[in-house]
Design a protein around this ligand. Structure first.
Ligand SMILES: [Zn+2]
Ligand SMILES: [Zn+2]
Length: 338
């Protein structure tokens, strides 16, 4: 079968890979779509992940073949894949249900072969049935919605709050929708790419800006102050990470979702004197993922404007990764179709 293997920084190579054979409780899934994630792009730019793996952890497909011990699934079932690999209870974190923080945490499409290939092999407990109301091309987005759900929980988000979202990539776009559902009173979004900003406007934030303009934020904030209660920093761009400190209110919370792999210079004095809380968030747990499926199935979250392009596996590098990292990109979520 054809698969796209990650070889390190800026190198993804299409190769002929042996088609896996499912054993025991394994299931072979025929990949219909696999989404290119922000973390895949970060790995492509920096060489972050272990080399030689087939990337792609946002997967929708059809059950093709099952190992002999698989009972619940049959050929042709429409599925999405909960990609997190964890020890399932050996470590303290998993015992507390914090599987995203598992000592042995890894993921299908990061440490194990993922969805940028014709088939992917997974243990049956990773499969999640896709309800009929969700079309195939919306079957890959739960990873990002689940990340937003965990972010709100870890931030102890309170309805009626004012929020800024910095960076309107996929996570920013879904965070906007999740925050509306969760009762944010004022939402300000910041994104310098005009195409992505226009998409965000479809979800009616109170204010959408190409760059931070403080007087505008003060006018938009129904609480009448310039500082916002929460900042969801989804860009990982150093200048915006620092801007988050300026735009959060005293005693407010910065939720850091965006990635940046180098040390950052920050103004610690402002953190201390303004009593700012910074909350890192990483991944999600199974319940978040299943809830994300439910939200899309019930049409409470709309992935349609966010999934902007589908590219054949053969064009994954130029039309996929390279197109996505172009600052002038006219894409948000790109799906790969093997
Ligand atoms: Zn992802
Ligand atoms: Zn564990």
């Amino acid at each position: 079968m054809l698969g796209a293997r990650y070889k390190g920084k800026k190198t993804i190579v299409l190769e002929e890979i042996p088609k896996p054979v499912p054993k025991e409780r394994e299931v072979l899934v025929k990949v219909k779509y696999a989404g290119i994630c922000g973390s895949d792009l970060e790995a492509y730019k920096t060489g972050l992940y272990p080399a030689h793996v087939v990337l792609g952890h946002e997967i929708m497909g059809y059950v093709e073949e099952m190992g002999p011990a698989v009972k619940k699934w049959k050929k042709g079932d429409r599925v999405t894949i909960f990609p997190t690999l964890h020890c399932g209870g050996k470590c303290w974190y998993c015992q507390q249900g914090l599987t995203n923080l598992c000592v042995y945490e890894d993921a299908i499409g990061i440490g194990a072969n993922g969805g940028f290939a014709e088939y992917v092999l997974v243990s049956d407990h990773h499969l999640v049935a896709l309800p009929d109301s969700i079309p195939d091309k919306h079957g890959t987005v739960f990873d990002q919605i689940a990340t937003s759900l965990l972010a709100l929980r870890e931030a102890s988000f309170i309805p009626g709050s004012s929020v800024g979202i910095l960076g309107m990539g996929t996570i920013g776009q879904f965070s906007l929708q999740v925050l509306k559902l969760a009762g944010a009173r004022t939402i300000v979004v910041v994104e310098k790419n005009p195409f992505r900003l226009e998409i965000a406007k479809k979800f009616e934030p109170d204010l959408a800006m190409e760059k931070l303009i403080f007087p505008k934020i003060k006018r938009a904030n129904k609480k009448g102050v310039a500082g916002l209660d929460y900042i969801f920093e989804c860009s990982g761009v150093p200048v915006l990470v620092n801007a988050a400190i300026d735009v959060v209110r005293k005693g407010g919370t910065i939720v850091q979702i965006g990635l940046w792999d180098k040390p950052l210079e920050i103004n610690l004095l402002k953190y201390v004197m303004n009593q700012i809380r910074i909350q890192g968030v990483y991944g999600y747990v199974r319940e978040d993922f299943e809830f994300a499926v439910e939200l899309v199935a019930k049409k409470l979250i709309d992935p349609d404007p966010i999934v902007t392009k589908i590219v054949p596996l053969q064009d994954i590098v130029e039309e996929g990764f390279e197109a996505a990292i172009d600052p002038e990109t006219k894409d948000i979520k790109i799906l790969v179709e093997p």
